[in-house]
Design a protein around this ligand. Structure first.
Ligand code: TPP
Ligand code: MG
Length: 609
């Protein structure tokens, strides 16, 4: 056996650089790194040595780098991913929130946090967590519940098994999620004689598991018996490359479609069978069909509460769920008729077996009524009132072309965008709403731009999310990956303030002006974004915003536009109840009133049914 002598870190990066997807391009776009003790000597030397064969980028915050990596994978439909390496201790734990985000959203990312010395000679090292009863614990154990595969590399040759396991997880459609290889710092620097074959190019073909034949029969029988079926398109439709297969299936059988947050843009917004978004932040058209459907065909969706209206949306007494999902875990949820398989293949197979089954015609007024409602709330306002989020969305929408990608994650905007954004092309809508993590937006936008350099990337972000994490805006400038960021400043956590009041609470500790303070908050977002190298300007009206968007589109580097907005309004049209537990006893009459309404609403919930 021919061998090559390399350190464990050199072997890791060489191996990773040789992994390809079925398109013959490297699976890994490269590696984000913030060095410290625990990775600068080992991983740092290795990454420097491999150079452009496995490019390294420097970020400003480990969580931000990880968000960029995760967004890159999502915008690549999981066909490509990135690695993120950190020091031990805070550098590593800074990444745990991002690991949870990737875990919830089933997105591939490889985390390589440094770890304590395997030989324990210098224990306890700087930043080492000491467990009094367990010598094997380190800070990196925090990754275990939020990794699909976790390993601690304590001997160099463990990489011979750990790395293929990591790749198997990252490229498996059902198991896909974050992998953490906690890399002991002394081991990174250790040399070993590696078989040369370990570094052969390896191609990971996209797996398309086929459904069991009995499951297919059950699905076909359920659809044939359905009087009003409806499809819910989830993120899995994108990841399976099944957008065309979905449209073909829907049209052939005349079955209307509603889209989840992750599924949105699976079908063009103006397709007559795309009835819009579904659920708590859904369109009245899609929700009306969902309420009366006797068969919900869930395709590639986790069926989270925003999709199901906390399991109160589907009201037909005899309704069944038919769940097509590559993951058995998801397909089996809520007593569904489970079909475990790839969305693209399974839709085609079921379609072939269904013959000329067609669902009844849908009342076209449902959709036209909804679009009229969208156009009304997104129209340019007259008068001088502070604009609403919906009006800002309208202005941004009018300013971009069909290729644009809108990016968002938390606050009031995801709900408004879900309802109102008209997504024309697949992946044109990138809203992280599995973890809805404040601070994902700008870093995520950077990752999207790295995956889709030819498409305009517009990040829409609230003042709260911007303040939580914005530093990768500087990275976008430094790396020349232009993003347009629209900052909606409503002076606080507007959506939580609204939720607080809707559950009977006093407006408290959400808006900056009513939060306890000595000096009133006066954050200059324009100056802040400008200080990071972005071109920044503030606008004072919707028409000024549209003019600024034009300048932003022509600019050659990242651009930030700040606009003051009204924290109180949100779009009334559409939507559905969401289960948020209201206190059972309170001295506040408004809470007691909200509790009464809550108990009435709970009667609509059908858990487990
Ligand atoms: C990391 C994180 N912390 C807390 C929350 C809970 N949360 C959701 S939205 C929100 C407020 C967001 O404020 P902003 O970005 O200004 O948007 P707005 O609600 O004003 O539209 C909070 C605190 C969260 N989703 N993520
Ligand atoms: Mg806000």
């Amino acid at each position: 056996m021919k061998t090559v002598r390399l350190t464990a870190a050199q072997a890791m990066v060489r191996y990773l650089s040789k992994q390809q997807n079925e398109d013959g391009v490297p699976f890994f776009g490269g590696c984000w790194a913030i060095f410290g003790h625990g990775n600068v000597a080992g991983m740092g030397e290795a990454l420097h040595g491999i150079g452009d064969d496995f490019p390294t980028w420097r970020g400003h915050n480990e969580q931000g780098m990880a968000h960029a990596a995760i967004a890159y994978a999502k915008a690549s439909n999981r066909k490509r991913a990135m690695t993120v390496t950190t020091s031990i201790g805070p550098g590593a734990t800074n990444m745990v929130t991002a690991a949870a985000l990737a875990h919830v959203n089933r997105l591939p990312v490889l985390f390589v946090p440094g770890d304590v010395f395997a030989n324990r000679a210098p224990d306890p090292v700087l930043q080492q967590v000491e467990d009094f009863g367990d010598g094997t614990i380190s800070a990196n154990d925090c990754f275990k519940p939020v990794s699909r595969y976790f390993d601690r590399i304590m001997r160099a040759e463990q990489l011979l098994t750990a790395l293929p396991r990591a790749m198997a997880t990252l490229t498996d459609p059902a198991d896909c999620g974050p992998v953490t290889l906690a890399f002991c710092q002394d081991v990174q620097a250790e040399a070993y004689d590696w078989p040369e074959s370990f570094f052969d190019v390896k191609v990971w073909k996209t797996k398309r598991p086929r459904a069991d034949l009995d499951q297919l029969d059950a699905a076909v029988a359920a659809i044939k018996a359905a009087k009003q079926p409806m499809i819910i398109a989830g993120g899995g439709v994108h990841y399976a490359g099944a957008c065309d297969a979905l449209a073909e299936f829907a049209h052939r059988h005349n079955i209307p479609v509603g889209e989840t947050q992750a599924g949105k843009s699976a079908m063009p917004w103006d397709d007559e069978l795309n009835l819009g978004s579904i659920g708590v932040t859904g369109a009245s058209s899609a929700n009306a069909i969902a309420e009366n459907a006797d068969l919900i065909i869930a395709v590639g969706t986790r069926l989270q509460d925003f999709t199901t209206g906390s399991w109160a949306l589907f009201k037909h007494p005899d309704r069944r769920i038919l769940s097509i999902n590559v993951a058995a875990y998801d397909a089996a949820k809520h007593n569904a008729i489970a079909v475990t398989g790839d969305a693209k293949i399974t839709l085609a197979e079921i379609g072939g077996m269904l013959g000329d089954y067609r669902a009844p015609a849908i009342d076209a007024n449902l959709k036209s009524g909804w679009i009229a409602a969208v156009d009304k709330v997104t129209a340019t306002p007259t008068g001088n009132a502070l604009p609403t989020d919906a009006q800002v969305i309208g202005a941004v929408q009018r300013s971009v072309d069909d290729d644009a990608i809108v990016v968002c994650a938390a606050g009031g905007l995801p709900g408004e965008l879900h309802k109102l954004w008209k997504a024309a092309k697949p992946n044109g809508y990138h809203v992280e709403y599995g973890f809805s993590c404040m601070g994902y937006e700008i870093a995520g936008g950077l990752g999207v731009k790295m995956a889709q350099p030819d498409r305009e990337v517009v990040v829409m972000v609230g003042d709260g999310s911007y303040m939580m994490m914005n530093s990768e805006l500087a990275t976008s400038v430094m790396l020349g990956h232009k993003i347009i960021t629209v900052i909606l400043d409503n002076r606080g956590f507007g959506c939580i303030n609204r939720l607080q009041m809707a559950t009977g609470g006093e407006s408290f500790n959400n808006l900056l002006d009513t939060a306890r303070h000595v000096v009133p908050s006066a954050i200059d977002f324009t100056a802040h974004a400008g200080s990071m190298g972005a071109i920044a300007e503030k606008v004072s009206s919707i028409s000024e915003l549209e003019a600024a968007m034009e300048r932003a589109r022509k600019a050659d580097r990242s651009y930030a536009i700040v606009i003051d907005t009204d924290p109180l309004p949100s779009t009334d049209a559409g939507g559905h109840w969401w289960d948020v537990a209201v206190p059972e006893v309170s001295v506040r009459p408004t809470v007691n009133e909200a509790r009464k309404n809550y108990e009435a609403a709970l009667k609509q919930q059908r858990p487990g049914d």
